[in-house]
Write a protein that binds this ligand. Structure first.
Ligand code: MG
Length: 258
């Protein structure tokens, strides 16, 4: 009898130990490695952090080339730490190619433009330039402060694909910011699409594109689709053919996402 009682207690004890062992602990879900690399944030969120590549530092266009002639320098105007579009020189793009990245860019529409709609301060940030030709994925730049146009063509739209969640435009003459997270499309070895591109955009610090899926490179006419595979690509700025005064840029930097 004594032995039987002891055996019963032993089983109960063993079971309770086993149950205790299975109880979740805080440490179960603690991850300690790999340790994220330490970087120094800028003084404001707009200043480039220590691991950024500066694409325009206010002084020169060393990181850029002409799209018309990739062997020629980018012939836009640099003055007073500001880059201004030279429409006759055409589009410019980065010398370097990028896959996934975070990018910061500031732009300003001139005051007193008399044109309207798509002709009012039109430019663009092509998130990947996949020439030949002028193909790519355009994040629209336009004066969309009380300037009506199709919503998937206003500032902060993915041109002809996705209107911004809100209109966060400032007045012409004021500096505006884009902060972009670009996830490049991924293609299989046979050239077919594996994963489409996604983009998240903050306009003046406000979420305007929330992990938006792109249907393909920008199409002015017709529906976009992924017709050709591509890898890392340059980033392009648009010299739009409208007659309005050219827009300006400053403080452009990028962080590649490995
Ligand atoms: Mg444009």
């Amino acid at each position: 009898m004594k032995n039987k009682i002891f055996a019963t207690f032993a089983v109960i004890f063993a079971c309770s130990v086993a149950v205790k062992a299975q109880e979740p602990k805080p440490a179960d879900t603690e991850v300690w490695t790999p340790v994220p690399i330490e970087i120094t944030p800028g003084k404001t969120s707009f200043d480039a952090p220590s691991d950024a590549l500066i694409l325009f530092n206010g002084k020169n266009l060393d990181q850029w080339v002409s799209v018309k002639d990739p062997n020629a320098a980018a012939n836009w105007t640099v003055s007073g730490n500001i880059l201004t579009v030279n429409k006759s020189a055409g589009n410019i793009q980065t010398k370097k190619s990028f896959g996934n990245y975070q990018l910061h860019l500031e732009w300003k529409i001139p005051e007193n433009i008399k044109e309207e709609g798509q002709a009012k301060g039109n430019s663009g940030l092509f998130l990947a330039s996949i020439g030949p030709g002028d193909d790519g994925y355009e994040l629209q730049i336009l004066d969309s402060y009380k300037n009506k146009t199709y919503v998937n063509g206003q500032a902060a739209s993915i041109y002809k694909q996705s209107a911004p969640l809100v209109n966060a435009n400032k007045k012409p003459g004021e500096w505006q910011t884009y902060d972009v997270v670009w996830e490049a499309p991924v293609f299989s070895t046979d050239g077919t699409l594996k994963t489409p591109a996604f983009v998240t955009v903050l306009h003046n610090g406000i979420l305007v594109q929330n992990h938006t899926e792109l249907k393909g490179p920008t199409q002015y006419i017709g529906q976009p689709s992924y017709k050709k595979a591509h890898g890392p690509s340059p980033i392009k700025l648009q010299a739009h053919g409208d007659p309005s005064a050219p827009i300006s840029f400053r403080n452009i930097w990028i962080r590649e996402i490995k």
